[in-house]
Design a binder for this molecule. Structure first.
Ligand SMILES: [Zn+2]
Ligand SMILES: [Zn+2]
Length: 264
């Protein structure tokens, strides 16, 4: 059985484990190595299960613990060429762990097939990932993107499980404390997806076969888990879909304090 364990999600750090009980990969390592190690143990995932770390992009909330964690356990790191270059410039690639560019064809790791796709975000070369598990589930990770491009759409279509960014409520962001340039950046096509944009899109994905949605990368300033959840739920219901019959909807916690794992 496949399992997805959201360890951390949001602007203070992102990291997910996906795989089976015995083997799998991390998507991002955006908390300290110590915190990631503790959280994995808490969630019952042995360190030996992690056969690779797939990095979405070089922002610190995705790579904060990468150098120490990958170096300490000698875990290979995969990312786009642009991301690896940016990580090298930031002296995160220190030769203590292997790293490789993952091209559009993807690669096998942790007993799964992992295929990247480009995201529109203010970084060197952002990736989302489509993970095909050993038991044939397709899980798409789409966070840190300002807009859903045709490439992103193509990869998410037909995924039975989608981890989707629902970063902010537009009203809360506009009226909130962030400085104007930051608000503009977040709202731009290279920023983050709003609750509204995410929610509008979910019925389309449900129509293409997605039955499980995990809302992720919520802003702590400009969103609440309840608001993100209700916005998405409302949109799916308006499309005539029924929760727990046609779809399962949940929100990735900022920190997985319950040690919960999603089995599917
Ligand atoms: Zn980012
Ligand atoms: Zn981020």
């Amino acid at each position: 059985m496949a399992r997805l364990c959201p360890l951390f999600s949001g602007s203070s750090g992102n990291s997910y484990y996906i795989g089976s009980e015995e083997r799998g990969v991390l998507i991002d390592a955006g908390r300290s190595a110590k915190q990631i190690t503790e959280k994995l143990a808490y969630c019952g995932i042995p360190l030996s299960a992690i056969e690779g770390i797939f990095v979405t992009h070089e922002h610190s909330d995705h790579v904060q613990g990468l150098r120490v964690f990958a170096g300490r356990h000698h875990i290979p790191v995969y990312a786009s060429f642009g991301t690896l270059e940016a990580l090298n410039d930031a002296q995160i690639l220190n030769g203590k762990f292997p790293c490789a560019v993952i091209g559009p064809e993807g690669l096998q790791c942790g007993g799964m097939e992992i295929i990247p796709f480009h995201t529109s975000h203010d970084c060197a070369e952002g990736y989302g990932y489509l993970v095909k598990t050993a038991d044939d589930h397709r899980v798409a990770f789409s966070t840190d993107l300002g807009v859903i491009t045709p490439e992103v759409e193509k990869m998410m279509e037909g995924a039975d499980f989608v981890v989707m960014e629902s970063n902010h409520d537009v009203g809360m962001l506009r009226n909130g404390p962030y400085p104007y340039p930051l608000k503009r950046r977040i709202l731009s096509s290279i920023g983050h997806l709003s609750n509204e944009t995410c929610a509008e899109y979910l019925p389309y994905l449900a129509g293409k076969g997605t039955s499980r949605f995990l809302l992720a990368h919520l802003s702590s300033e400009n969103n609440t888990p309840e608001l993100a959840y209700q916005t998405a739920l409302c949109s799916l219901k308006m499309a005539g879909l029924e929760e727990n019959r046609d779809f399962i909807l949940s929100v990735a916690p900022r920190e997985n304090v319950e040690g919960s794992t999603i089995l599917f």
